[in-house]
Every structure is written in structure tokens, then in C-alpha cells.
Design a protein around this ligand. Structure first.
Ligand SMILES: [Zn+2]
Length: 202
């Protein structure tokens, strides 16, 4: 049994809990076995494909990179040109990006606009929570160019609500709003960084 720090135990617990209950025991065994051979890296960084891409351990075609973010071509795309944008650090959601969130959104928009210049349409897809389709504990935005009859489907059946239900929901959402900041975003500074990233080695 490897000796683990409190921090490592917390990390392992969080990681294992991302799997369905019936898979957790096997996952835990796997994690612990890897801590015996390499106890310097948290398990999540060895398993997570986005961390592997960040570490250069998976071959990728980079569309953009800076010190905080990577954008790469999806190798199993919904359509050719499908791009994945993600932070270099292993974080679950946009809340964790803090002051880098505007940069992330601007970068996402920039890539989507580029794709839109030579495609008929673009979808930006971001999933939070496993039920919504988030497969890894590392946030990622999918930018999917659209073509005619491409068989990429986003659909739902409408569920009409009465006004009283809408009011209750509105109040619940408003009460939960956090992190809304009025801090101005420096577009010129971001553009400068976009340009400086050109010509960097892959
Ligand atoms: Zn990761």
C-alpha cells in the first residue's frame, strides 16, 4: 500500500467519484497501483486525455496555444474542422478559470468565427456534468463546423411551462448567479497575445 498525503487522498477520492459506483473499486485499484510506480503525479493527470495533450504525450494538431489554453483538432470529429478548446490545467468547469474566463470565451469565439468563414454554420458545445455528456473532469469546449446533411443532431422535445413555474425557475436561477463581474476585459492585450502565439513551435 503506497504512502499517500492527505492531498493525494482527496484527489484520488474526487477522481474515483467521477466514475459510476460499480466501476469505482476497479478504478481505485488502478489508481493505487500507479501511485506505487509514480507518486509524483496525480492519477488524474495520467488518465485525462486533455492533460496528456497538454504534456505533449498525445500527437495533436494545434490551432492555438498560449500559457493558459490549447485548441486542437479533434481526431474523431463530428465534422472535419471540429476543434477542442481547453485550459492547460485540469479544471472541471468555467468557474475555475476565474480571471481567464473572458480570454477563454474570446478565444472560443475567434475559432468559431474562423470556422464559420469557410463552413455553412458552427455549433459551440459545452457540457457540465456527466448527465450532460461531460466525460472527463477537465473542461472542454467543442466547436463543430456544420455542413448540409451532416447527421450532427442536437434536438429536444419542448416541455411547455405555465407562467408561475417560469417565475419560480427565474427566481431560483437569479438567486444562484455568482461570479458576475464588471471587470473590463482588455481586448487589445488579448489580440497581442493571439498574434504573439503565431510561429510558436508545436
Ligand atoms: Zn486533465
Amino acid at each position: 500500500m503506497p504512502q499517500l498525503s492527505e492531498e493525494q487522498i482527496v484527489q484520488i477520492k474526487k477522481f474515483v467519484e467521477t466514475f459510476p459506483e460499480e466501476e469505482r473499486e476497479a478504478k481505485l485499484e488502478e489508481v493505487l497501483s500507479q501511485f506505487v510506480t509514480d507518486d509524483k503525479k496525480p492519477q488524474q493527470q495520467m488518465q485525462c486525455p486533455f492533460c496528456l495533450m497538454n504534456e505533449g504525450k498525445l500527437k495533436v494538431q494545434k490551432v492555438f496555444e498560449d500559457k493558459d489554453f490549447l485548441a486542437v483538432l479533434e481526431i474523431n470529429p463530428a465534422n472535419p474542422g471540429h476543434v477542442l478548446v481547453f485550459p492547460r490545467t485540469h479544471v472541471r468547469d468555467m468557474n475555475s478559470l476565474a480571471e481567464n474566463l473572458p480570454t477563454f470565451l474570446l478565444l472560443t469565439n475567434s475559432i468559431a468565427s474562423s470556422l464559420l468563414s469557410f463552413n455553412s454554420g458552427v455549433n459551440i458545445l459545452f457540457s457540465m456534468g456527466s448527465l450532460a455528456g461531460q466525460k472527463f473532469d477537465h473542461m472542454v469546449v467543442h466547436i463543430i463546423p456544420r455542413k448540409e446533411k451532416d447527421e450532427v443532431v442536437f434536438s429536444w422535445k419542448s416541455k411547455p411551462l405555465q407562467e408561475k413555474d417560469l417565475v419560480v425557475l427565474r427566481e431560483k436561477i437569479v438567486a444562484g448567479l455568482v461570479g458576475v463581474s464588471e471587470k473590463p476585459f482588455d481586448v487589445e492585450e488579448f489580440k497581442g497575445r493571439m498574434l504573439r502565439s503565431e510561429g510558436r513551435s508545436p
